[in-house]
Design a binder for this molecule. Structure first.
Ligand SMILES: Nc1ncnc2c1ncn2[C@@H]1O[C@H](COP(=O)(O)OP(=O)(O)OP(=O)(O)O)[C@@H](O)[C@H]1O
Ligand SMILES: [Mg+2]
Length: 268
């Protein structure tokens, strides 16, 4: 498979005031982050809070430029946001002045898709995320989980080749989360999208990923990449959870646990 995304030595540092010495110290949100992602690959990033996951996605989206390093998508250096990437942010980031339908149709308008087709596409994605009947409501009238589902529908609707998803299912209930995970895998399988997905849930990572990137914090960098070579679907009502699945969960849990321990001992 050709590489879709190349991240080369990305570093992003901040100068923060140390609470102990009151002096400014250099803090690496990301340091020398290098990763190649294949076309059509599903990569999930996990790591402790503050290790640079959202920073990484912000840089990939083009909304934010790193201090150093480069990103290429299809061999083209990323200099800003573009419609080849869909972004579901950690906070919903909906347009408050647009209805749900109009939020979902935003990317389609930019792509100059005719009104009738826009309506059909938005209706199918609003249905997919379980919000049929809410088309003409405004974001303030929705719960947190519902808003997040609108953000997912909006990112999927205009069919970007690359999807960047920052804890997209964190605010939804467990049942909806499982449904959305299944739907995302089936959309991914049908459309050959390349997905970079951030989560705090190890189970979610093992359920979804081709590879799980485990990060450490300060400096935010890759600790290990774990390929998940399990057939899909990985959890089903009939088969439940396999031993191989649980072994991956334990392995990643161990990696994260050590990551946090080594950070604690580095500070002492
Ligand atoms: N503008 C800023 N100034 C100083 N530090 C910042 C700034 N933006 C981010 N950081 C720091 O960079 C680090 C990485 O932040 P980031 O939001 O990427 O973490 P994260 O891995 O997404 O965490 P979470 O899992 O809690 O969402 C954090 O320690 C954060 O405090
Ligand atoms: Mg984050």
């Amino acid at each position: 498979m050709p590489n879709k995304i190349e991240l080369n030595n990305i570093s992003q540092a901040y100068y923060i005031k140390s609470s102990e010495t009151n002096k400014k110290v250099k803090f690496y949100a990301l340091k020398d982050f290098t990763l190649s992602v294949s076309d059509g690959e599903f990569v999930v990033v996990v790591g402790p809070s503050g290790c640079g996951k959202s920073t990484l996605l912000d840089i990939l989206s083009g909304l934010f430029k790193a201090n150093s390093g480069s990103i290429a998508i299809d061999g083209q250096i990323v200099n800003g946001p573009a419609l080849d990437r869909g972004f579901v942010m950690q906070s919903y980031a909906l347009f408050p002045w647009r209805t749900i339908k109009k939020n979902v149709e935003f990317g389609l308008e930019l792509k100059k898709i005719p009104k009738k087709e826009r309506g059909e596409i938005s209706a199918s994605f609003i249905e997919l995320v379980g919000l049929h009947g809410y088309e003409n409501r405004y974001p303030y009238e929705l719960s947190g989980g519902m808003k997040q589902r609108v953000a997912i529908a909006r990112a999927l609707a205009y069919d970007p080749k690359v999807l960047l998803m920052d804890e997209p299912f964190a605010a939804v209930d467990a049942q909806t989360r499982e449904k959305l995970q299944d739907e995302l895998v089936s959309i991914w399988q049908k459309t050959n999208k390349t997905i970079i997905f951030v989560t705090h849930s190890i189970e979610e990572a093992v359920t979804l990923a081709d590879r799980v990137v485990v990060m450490t914090e300060n400096p935010g960098t890759i600790k290990e990449i774990v390929p998940i070579n399990l057939p899909r679907p990985r959890i089903s009502v009939e088969a439940g959870i396999s031993e191989a699945y649980s072994a991956f969960v334990s392995r990643i849990w161990g990696l994260l646990h050590n990551a946090e321990e080594s950070f604690e001992s580095a500070r002492l």
